[in-house]
Write a protein that binds this ligand. Structure first.
Ligand SMILES: NC(=O)c1ccc[n+]([C@@H]2O[C@H](COP(=O)([O-])OP(=O)(O)OC[C@H]3O[C@@H](n4cnc5c(N)ncnc54)[C@H](O)[C@@H]3O)[C@@H](O)[C@H]2O)c1
Length: 260
């Protein structure tokens, strides 16, 4: 028997088999969940996401395009989901974006208004935008929503820059959503994941030796693996965590504990 037997939901953020969302999907599937997916628009992106889903052993997936920066596309995706499924038990928000140019050492102070607002829009506001649309489908039986954050929300990580601002907004958005949506039996939590070499991570300056540095600092003396985050996601999306909402849970092998 799986922890997610009988549950169905939407996963936003699989770019390839290294994506955090991929590991979350794998862990959910292993626990019996039914999964629906989005991909960033474009043929090449669709192929890449489809290949990653195929590697999960899921053939003929529910997969639709979504640029989360578009309200129209968000409306379409949630409407199409509602045509295919009678409820949404869980929602995974595992997306972020900021222009690489502003994720370089010493460039934070130069960040233009447009780049700053875009980072906060795609990486933080979209959690609210998706939660709002998921609400009606979750309200009958309750639901659980998670998003992905990073230590740079709390402490300065050189090069993380405007993405740190966006993650701070994301964690705060998680708390405000949790406070309101609890009345509808909807829980909202964030996972603050450790460094994992993904497409998004490679856009940030200084990540080349991040794995080595983290391994030296981490209380667990190792780097985080995708499955560490996947398993925590199952916990947060399943009934095991029924009493937890509005939290940011570190899954980073303890790196955040270490001051110097
Ligand atoms: N990799 C790390 O070290 C790390 C650590 C902590 C948190 N995170 C967070 O995990 C989440 C997933 O990132 P990842 O590391 O798996 O990288 P990834 O590149 O595999 O995933 C990022 C995803 O964001 C999607 N995305 C970007 N802009 C979008 C838009 N406008 N509309 C819809 N989707 C969009 C991309 O298509 C991609 O699927 C992000 O929130 C990231 O900040 C990553």
């Amino acid at each position: 028997m799986g922890l997610m037997d009988g549950k169905v939901g939407l996963i936003v953020g699989i770019a390839n088999e290294r994506s955090y969302a991929w590991y979350i999907a794998e862990a959910l599937k292993n626990q019996g969940a039914k999964l629906a997916f989005t991909h960033i628009p474009g043929e090449k992106n669709e192929r890449r996401t489809r290949r990653a889903i195929d590697a999960l052993g899921i053939s003929d997936p529910w997969l639709v395009p979504l640029d989360a920066g578009s309200d129209e596309q968000l409306d379409q995706v949630f409407a199409r989901y509602a045509e295919s499924f009678d409820r949404m038990d869980y929602l995974v928000h595992s997306i972020a974006f900021a222009e690489t140019e502003w994720l370089q050492f010493g460039k934070f102070v130069e960040t233009p208004r447009k780049a700053y607002l875009q980072a906060v829009d795609i990486s933080s506001y979209t959690l609210l935008a998706m939660s709002k649309r998921a609400k009606a489908m979750m309200a009958r039986t309750g639901g659980s929503i998670i998003c992905m954050s990073y230590y740079g929300a709390e402490k300065v990580v050189p090069g993380y820059n405007v993405m740190g601002v966006a993650k701070a907004a994301l964690e705060c958005t998680t708390r405000y959503l949790a406070a309101e949506m609890g009345a509808d039996k909807i829980r909202v939590n964030a996972i603050s994941g450790g460094y994992l070499r993904t497409l998004a991570a490679s856009a940030v300056a200084g990540t080349d030796n991040m794995a080595q540095r983290n391994m030296e600092r981490a209380p667990l003396r190792r780097n985080v693996e995708g499955s560490d985050v996947g398993n925590t996601a199952v916990f947060l999306l399943s009934d095991l965590s029924a009493g937890i909402t509005g939290e940011t849970i570190y899954v980073d092998c303890g790196v955040n504990l270490i001051g110097v």
